[in-house]
Design a protein around this ligand. Structure first.
Ligand SMILES: *Cc1c(COP(=O)(O)O)cnc(C)c1O
Length: 392
């Protein structure tokens, strides 16, 4: 019997503040302890052999890892969550949990580059074949099915080019052949999209990005539907994945403020994007939360917000030297990979050779921008100056 209200009726912001916390279990302290451990002792051999003790070995879980897993499970509406050492590690392990020799995997052409690298280099060693599909496919993804298609990867919006996917149509089609659907939901975070409610089986986060939120930890998460959970739990336990307790704790701490951070990321991004729209040097903006974006309808249907990551195309005829001058002239925007922290970042996007099914215009030069928590007016000034320097 519990006197606590049903967790399922709590709203996401409330879950962010309360899930995974058990002050009564830790002498009243608000947060769980950071448990540094390997060995867990048993009081006697009977307890050791009965399987009755909650924690048995730190690799299998501690109060710290359990707190983060529980919070994510509730937020994702999942049957369970496993942690991984990075976002890419989460992707690799999620794939291994639902694929075996002889299976066929479908992956959108707009997938995060290192996911493609994993599918192209590791999976073939296990006799698993990958086909890259056009992310615009919805119910018509059925045409890509082979008798051995066992899993379908999705990612929305797509890396670098931000195409949305009809994840609902894809999960509906996948059900007809019993295939597992995986979704890399890093862009929206579990706050702005709950993949499992769209029919996804394995919902993946590069926790490195918005969950951690402070550019100081790498971590991945995989939350599973009822049907995908047993295999995920078994696979990750067998692979020996373990995340250092301080990193788990920092992810849990980041999670508590995810909602207020994301709200500001989105607000700032809309201000910057509105300004960029007026610039002659910019020919297109890639951000599904814009009504003019081709993915807007799907974003509106399935997502409750947008994050701070978007792309823009430089005007036709922009040279490499101009694009390089723009990035070099930025002062507030750091030049670096990853994103999701409190700071703004920019990288040039080169699509040549990284897509195999769709054909992005190789002449188009683009930027990927992460809008941080700075004052957007300062960010605009920085972008304006860099555009002026580059397009003098
Ligand atoms: C960064 C990223 C990853 C990988 O996360 P890491 O923690 O850097 O390994 C996976 N998917 C997407 C969409 C990402 O942006």
């Amino acid at each position: 019997m519990t006197t606590k209200p049903d967790k399922n009726i709590r709203k996401p912001d409330t879950l962010l503040a309360h899930s995974g916390r058990d002050p009564a279990g830790f002498h009243g302290f608000v947060n769980p302890p950071v448990v540094h451990a390997s060995t867990v002792l048993f009081p006697d051999i009977e307890t050791m052999t009965s399987g009755g003790q909650k924690y048995v070995y730190a690799r299998r879980g501690t109060p710290t890892t359990e707190a983060l897993e529980t919070a994510l499970t509730e937020l994702e509406g999942a049957a369970g969550t496993k942690l991984a050492t990075s976002g890419l590690n989460a992707i690799a392990l999620a794939c291994l949990s639902c694929l075996k020799t002889g299976d066929h995997l479908l992956v959108p052409d707009t997938i995060y580059g290192p996911t493609r690298h994993f599918a192209d280099t590791v999976l073939p060693n296990f006799g698993i074949e990958t086909t890259y599909y056009d992310p615009a496919l919805a119910d018509d993804i059925r045409a890509e099915f082979k008798p051995n298609t066992r899993a379908i990867f999705t990612e929305a919006p797509g890396s670098l080019t931000f195409e949305m996917q009809d994840v609902r149509a894809i999960t509906t089609a996948a059900r007809t052949i019993g295939a597992t659907v995986l979704m890399d939901n890093t862009w929206a975070s579990p706050l702005y999209c709950q993949p499992i409610s769209l029919g996804v089986d394995l919902s993946i986060q590069a926790g490195t990005k918005y969950i951690v939120g402070h550019s100081d930890v790498m971590l991945g998460t995989i939350s599973a539907s009822e049907r995908a959970w047993p295999a995920l739990d078994r696979t990750l336990s067998a692979m020996g994945t373990h995340i250092a307790p301080d990193d788990v704790y920092l992810a849990l701490r980041g999670l508590r403020t995810l909602s207020v951070r994301l709200e500001r990321h989105m607000k700032n991004t809309l201000v910057v994007v509105d300004w960029l729209k007026t610039r002659p040097e910019v020919s297109a903006i890639r951000y599904p939360a814009l009504e003019s974006d081709p993915g807007y309808t799907l974003w509106k249907r399935d997502f409750s917000g947008a994050s701070g990551l978007f792309g823009f195309d430089f005007m036709a005829g922009t040279t490499d030297a101009q694009s390089t001058a723009f990035f070099n002239a930025l002062e507030l925007f750091g030049l670096g990979y990853s994103w999701g922290g409190f700071e703004s970042l920019a990288i040039p996007v080169r699509l040549k050779g990284i897509r195999t099914t769709t054909t992005p215009d190789p002449a188009v030069k683009s930027a990927r921008i992460h809008i941080g928590l700075e004052d957007p007016e300062d960010l605009i000034k920085d972008l304006k100056r860099a555009l002026e320097v580059a397009f003098l």
